[in-house]
Design a protein. Structure first.
Ligand code: PMP
Length: 467
């Protein structure tokens, strides 16, 4: 359907109704949805997004940590059109490939640290994490170590929504009602400095997490543990930045006990923290597998990748006499158009120096947002560069939370939206993760709107007797 001036309103209204009648939304909130339906967003331009009434918003979340080069990039759109005309898709099973799949794999090998040089493609983060775990299990089976199956994950970690990726996700409220395959998984404590026990310093807290991890490894038996999966900074769990040294020490334990490390960089890669890949450059750690998605294609086409080490690849690519196949793969693995999008995305990011921009402007963003800690309900502003969050509390001294039914994060989200800013509510937390095109003007406006929205919400809460 082509929208024209004459039909735009009725067609968009029809879209709204069709959505209400037929779409099952990810993380649908049915209490609200049956009443209100959805907002129909129709176009984007850099870090702005427009709804069906042509209202303009600052996109403070890059779609969902995705649109790193910004909306409506014409160079990207033209490239996607060209590639679609040439070859949108052919499978990459067994003996077929495309220039874009081959060249994107080589590019990712050059960007990832250490010997990570082989890439398995999929269409998103969950699929890439599922693939990582399958590869790890296959690897240990091929090595004659079939007992090595258990997975260390963490409370509040987010790894996706397919059956296994959801089980890896340590946000227990999302598990309700699903029979997730959790038998293989052990959840370690979240490295959440703000919520550490009162009496502990950050250093003591870090040591206690590492002690807990080693204790668990010994309790389970290292010979039964295959891997540890972790986001360098937790995203959907609430932008949780681990204490300094935590990742290095956790990786050291894994090395000591022959446990492979999967870095879930679905959010942290492609510029959000000022580097194309954050593990080595920002955190000085060397994983065995890095999982990429979202910013890999800036969300222009779904794309995910599992990048594995030379050591793992050598083992899984060994021919087997009983069956020569590595029997894992998806129709859309190595999708020509998606990989061309990924390549173009990286070309644009490198040429325009998005990482440099984030490294320059990111500290200003955090500094300005930190000023909101002066407000009585802002317990903590945390995060790094373009991955930031505010956590709200009822009492700053005791860190007492608001009752869940107050929905403080959601209220502030609505208040900010009314003022032209989209943020993400996660319980008592609001996340900010904008496109990397965000400049000082956008940052100043964001902080100003956040302040007004928090003050308005405080005023409402006080009238209702909650403050
Ligand atoms: N890992 C992380 C760290 C994520 O944030 C997400 C999605 N928010 C995923 C995995 C899952 O990715 P997808 O939704 O593309 O399957």
């Amino acid at each position: 359907m082509i929208f024209t001036k004459n039909n735009i309103s009725s067609d968009l209204e029809r879209a709204w109704q069709n959505d209400k009648d037929h779409v099952i939304h990810p993380y649908a909130n049915y209490e609200r949805f049956h009443e209100d339906g959805s907002v129909v967003y129709t176009k984007g331009d850099r870090h702005f997004i427009y709804d069906d009434k042509d209202r303009k918003y600052l996109d403070g979340i890059a779609g969902l940590w995705c649109v790193n080069i910004g909306h409506g990039n014409v160079e990207m759109a033209a490239h996607i059109g060209e590639q679609a005309k040439n070859l949108a898709y052919f499978n990459t099973f067994e003996d077929a490939t495309s220039p874009s799949a081959a060249n994107l794999a080589a590019k990712l090998a050059s960007l990832c640290p250490g010997s990570l040089n082989h890439v398995f493609f999929g269409t998103g983060g969950s699929m890439a994490n599922d693939s990582a775990i399958k590869i790890v299990h296959y690897y240990f089976n091929m090595l004659g170590m079939p007992k090595k199956k258990k997975i260390l994950s963490r409370n509040l970690g987010y790894h996706g929504s397919t059956y296994l990726a959801h089980a890896l996700t340590g946000i227990s409220s999302t598990h309700i009602g699903f029979d997730l395959p959790k038998d293989m998984i052990t959840y370690l404590s979240a490295p959440y400095p703000y919520r550490r026990p009162d009496e502990m310093t950050i250093q003591e807290f870090c040591d206690s997490l590492i002690e807990e991890m080693e204790h668990k490894i010994l309790e389970l038996g290292p010979e039964t543990i295959a891997c540890f999966i972790a986001e360098p900074i937790m995203g959907a769990g609430g932008v949780i930045v681990p204490p300094d040294g935590y990742l290095i020490k956790a990786y050291e334990l894994c090395k000591k006990y022959n446990i492979l490390v999967i870095a879930d960089e679905v959010v942290t890669a492609f510029g959000r923290l000022g580097h194309l890949v954050a593990s080595k450059e920002k955190f000085d750690v060397q994983p065995d597998i890095i999982v990429l998605a979202k910013g890999l294609s800036s969300g222009y086409i779904p794309l995910g990748a599992t990048v594995i080490s030379e050591t793992i690849h050598k083992v899984i690519s060994r021919p087997k006499p009983e069956n020569p196949y590595f029997s894992h793969g998806f129709t859309y693995s190595g999708h020509a158009l998606a990989c061309a999008t990924g390549l173009k995305n990286i070309e644009i990011m490198e040429r325009e120096d998005f990482c440099g921009h984030v490294r320059t402007v990111g500290p200003y963003f955090k500094k300005q947002l930190k000023t909101l800690e002066d407000l009585p309900v802002v317990g903590e502003v945390r995060g790094s560069h373009f991955m930031l969050a505010l956590e709200y509390v009822k009492d700053k001294r005791t860190k007492e939370s608001f009752p869940a039914e107050i929905n403080i994060g959601k209220r502030i989200y609505h208040s900010a939206k009314k003022r032209g800013l989209i943020i993400r509510p996660i319980g008592p937390i609001n996340v900010l993760s904008p496109p990397l095109t965000y400049d000082k003007d956008a940052i100043d406006e964001t902080v100003d709107i956040m302040k007004k929205s928090i003050l308005e919400t405080m005023n409402d809460l006080s009238k209702e007797g909650h403050l």
